[in-house]
Design a protein around this ligand. Structure first.
Ligand code: LCS
Length: 407
């Protein structure tokens, strides 16, 4: 048997050494505290001289299995499971930055990350620059003497901008600063940032890793020293631990990650092709389409093009609203990566926190819709989109004739 097991085998089994109690499904260990055989053992565990869990705010046995599994999948040394994707983002940024430090951030980030940087980071004396990281020269020029990290998201939410991870890692290595990547849209099945030169990987495990829309969770993968620091000094003090019950749902959901990602990619690709030819669509954003501006980079660094498709509907806000309301199967919802196909309107939903000028400048227009392709039969998803476009054109024609009649 091969020393290193395949990705899907690892998803299902993790470390083979985990078999000590023989349970086929992952046991849930709800204990908050653990007892020790001696005072010396307790003191050494708290001091970090001995491996072990001592208090539930710093981790639990079920969570530990989840952390070990994600570290293996991302090819990292260690992982830290936390209570949300935002907990992962805040823990990482607060571990790298302190008063007087600066961070370079890609201008295309999730609305919550933007909000954290704009409102919370300044209270800690942390400054930031939002930069177009598709341009490596702009990125290098934005690094200052007090820059302590570069933070990117690729592909980005919601415009699917793809960034050249290896190119950016070359710059961060020259400056000896860590490169942090939010890998939520890809999952480790489609992209492994640590193999491409990144130092820290973040996931909103709420999305593809869990994949069933019933857990809020986050995870960070990095070297052991950084993970220990984050666990002891940041996550533990902020109280962002993930419960054993949620960790168990994640371990269950993750077993099918590979299968699910294949289907998400297949469905998203078919939907993107359908949308690209639809006369009521002005533009489609999907890294798998040759029309995508970073198509080549996507092909190079991503194993599949992901399950998210964004598109600009002709007719702005009114058309977008009427289209969403006309959908029958597809649900209007904030999240992504679930078995159900979900749509949302970034300008008024996920990226509502961005000021209008910033939104418009970054391409989040009033006609933009983001779709998370689910696992349904793709003909049914496309059928629903088709009938919603039909409804929209009937409404537009009716409105036009009413206006003409009124005149
Ligand atoms: N990173 C990305 C790329 C995200 O899309 C999200 C959430 C987060 C981090 C934060 O994760 P959470 O704390 O929610 O687990 N994205 C959402 C979205 O697009 N709709 O609703 C949440």
């Amino acid at each position: 048997m091969k020393e290193k097991l395949g990705f899907d085998t690892t998803l299902i089994h993790g470390h083979l050494k985990d078999r000590s109690i023989g349970a086929v499904a992952q046991p849930i260990v709800p204990a908050v505290a653990y007892s020790f055989e001696s005072h010396e053992a307790a003191a050494e565990t708290v001091a970090g001289k001995r491996e072990g869990i001592y208090y539930g705010r710093y981790g639990n046995a079920t969570l530990q299995s989840f952390e070990e599994r994600v570290a293996l999948l991302e090819n990292g040394e260690a992982a830290l499971g936390v209570s949300s994707g935002m907990a992962a983002i805040s823990t990482v940024l607060l571990s790298l930055l302190q008063h007087g430090n600066h961070v370079v951030v890609t201008k295309d980030v999730y609305g919550g990350t933007y909000h954290f940087l704009k409102t919370l980071a300044p209270r800690f004396g942390i400054t930031f620059s939002f930069v177009d990281c598709t341009n490596l020269e702009s990125l290098a020029a934005a690094i200052q003497a007090n820059t302590k990290a570069v933070y990117i998201e690729t592909p980005s939410n919601p415009l699917l901008t793809v960034l050249d991870i290896e190119g950016i890692a070359t710059i961060t290595r020259q400056h000896r600063i860590p490169l942090v990547i939010d890998n939520t849209f890809m999952s480790p099945y489609l992209q492994k940032p640590l193999n491409l030169g990144a130092d820290i990987v973040i996931h909103s495990a709420t999305k593809y890793l869990n994949g069933h829309g019933d857990v809020i969770a986050g995870v960070i993968v990095a070297d052991q020293e950084r993970i220990d620091f984050m666990r002891q000094q940041i996550m533990g003090d902020l109280g962002q631990v993930l419960s054993a019950g949620d960790a168990s749902l994640l371990l269950r959901g993750m077993k099918t990650l590979g299968l699910r990602m294949e289907r998400h990619c297949y469905n998203a690709n078919a939907i993107a092709e359908f949308l690209e030819y639809h006369p009521q669509v002005a533009r489609v954003y999907y890294p798998g389409l040759p029309s995508h501006p970073q198509y080549e980079i996507a092909q190079k660094q991503m194993r599949g093009m992901g399950g998210i498709v964004s598109f600009e509907i002709k007719g702005g806000l009114d058309a977008a609203t009427a289209f969403l309301d006309a959908l029958k199967l597809i649900m209007i919802s904030f999240s992504l990566g679930d078995p159900e196909t979900l749509v949302q309107h970034p300008a008024t939903m996920t990226h509502f926190a961005l000021p209008e000028s910033v939104r418009r400048e970054s391409g989040i227009t009033d006609g933009l819709i983001r779709l998370s392709a689910g696992l349904e039969d793709v003909e049914d998803i496309i059928g629903d989109l088709f009938q919603a476009f039909d409804q929209l054109s009937i409404q537009t024609t009716r409105k036009r004739s009413e206006t003409a009649w009124m005149k």
